[in-house]
Design a protein. Structure first.
Length: 420
């Protein structure tokens, strides 16, 4: 129970500041106890790395913020704890990765066994709570094509339990978070209906139909093909028997856990899992994120428009071969450019360091030759030449050619052997 000193300190702070106070409780004062499990059987995030036997960044953050809420935290990476009696815990927190049944590198004895998994699920179903943080959806995955949903009978029990399965992430970037209202979490009430944050944004598949979504990632305008999809849930919850399962995609960076503001959402999720923050987990994914399982990208669903290039309308520009008319320079869906080039006696031997060219001879005057690395090749119509980077070449004579250039033509990538 709260000591008289802590009670007096709390009342004093409320009187002086008008703020709500929760005293810093000792383990004996704590009304709740949770188990924080951070086994990395796959990629180990810096947030869970324990160096020289010291607690990790997230160990410290969760322990400290929970202390202020009257919650005792036990931190471990050893999955054998789940083989034992779990009745002392009110909730279980996961920040894990990989196949948990294999333990960690050098510690196979830390595995979450089939018995341990069964004990955990039964504990939650009996009325306890579970919170998964950031990489926990990267545990015990089904795998497969990231743009293909998994057949229902192949989805792992763990994925069904936590609510979805990590597939991939793209470039770290700012993303827009849209809060689904009403929300039980004071942190989201403070953040407003929409806000932006820099994160490593996970892409998920196999979302459960029984999810209650609290926040979604607005994918519009994000960099990376994997984000070319409708808005996706990033904070959600679901019922598991009489218990509560919650998940938050936030928390890749150490600074997230060290931020006194962000960490409030962490403790509120834990309070909800324990049942102290009343949370409606009625499924709402059909209205909050109805296309969450649409995995095909917008690029795959949109037909690229065709282009017509009329070279007679393009202005000729001087080039080392003579005069060139260049098409598709501004076409982002084509990786190169196409040139209609008239070669004359002004042509100069040259080469490119990055560009690749394919010459097609439409017509030429008798006696014309293509010089490639000092070798003369007689020309006639309907010949083609593949010119890789670094190849010195010059068409001597008069000819009409069609040249495909890859990648996009760059006028600075023209070099002349006599000027080396």
């Amino acid at each position: 129970m709260m000591t008289r000193y802590n009670l007096f300190r709390c009342f004093a702070l409320v009187f002086l500041t008008g703020a709500v106070c929760i005293a810093n409780l000792t383990a004996a004062d704590s009304k709740r106890k949770v188990l924080y499990f951070s086994l990395s059987a796959g990629y180990e995030h810096s947030t869970v790395v324990s160096k020289d036997g010291k607690p990790s960044v997230s160990d410290n953050a969760i322990t400290e913020v929970c202390k202020t809420a009257g919650i005792e935290v036990v931190c471990t990476k050893d999955g054998s704890v789940f083989d034992k009696d779990l009745s002392q815990y009110d909730a279980f927190l996961f920040q894990t990765s990989g196949d948990l049944s294999k333990g960690a590198k050098g510690h196979p004895d830390w595995a979450l066994t089939a018995t341990g998994w069964k004990n955990l699920v039964n504990a939650v179903r009996s009325g306890k709570g579970f919170v998964g943080f950031h990489p926990s959806t990267d545990s015990n995955r089904t795998g497969g094509d990231i743009y293909q949903s998994t057949p229902p009978d192949k989805i792992t029990d763990y994925t069904r339990f936590i609510g979805a399965e990590f597939t991939v992430h793209g470039e770290h970037q700012e993303g827009t978070v849209n809060v689904i209202e009403p929300t039980p979490f004071p942190w989201f009430q403070k953040s407003g209906k929409s806000y932006r944050i820099f994160e490593e944004w996970y892409v998920h598949k196999n979302y459960n139909s029984d999810l209650h979504v609290f926040a979604v990632l607005d994918t519009a305008g994000m960099k990376g093909k994997m984000y070319n999809r409708p808005p996706v849930p990033i904070v959600w919850g679901r019922k598991e028997g009489s218990g509560r399962v919650l998940y938050s995609s936030f928390g890749h960076y150490d600074k997230y856990w060290q931020d006194k503001d962000n960490i409030q959402l962490v403790v509120q999720l834990i309070q909800a899992a324990c049942g102290d923050l009343k949370t409606d987990l009625t499924p709402n994914i059909q209205t909050a994120a109805p296309e969450a399982n649409v995995l095909l990208t917008k690029e795959d669903n949109v037909k690229i428009p065709y282009r017509v290039v009329d070279f007679t309308t393009l202005a000729g520009v001087p080039c080392p071969c003579g005069t060139s008319r260049r098409g598709l320079i501004d076409e982002k869906n084509f990786p190169g450019t196409i040139h209609r080039t008239d070669v004359d006696q002004t042509a100069k031997a040259h080469y490119h360091k990055t560009l690749t060219e394919v010459y097609y001879v439409i017509s030429c005057e008798p006696g014309s030759v293509m010089q490639i690395d000092g070798k003369d090749i007689p020309l006639h119509a309907d010949m083609a030449f593949y010119i890789p980077p670094g190849t010195v070449h010059c068409l001597v004579g008069k000819a009409k050619t069609f040249i495909t250039v890859l990648p996009k033509f760059d006028p600075t990538d023209e070099y002349f052997p006599d000027k080396k």
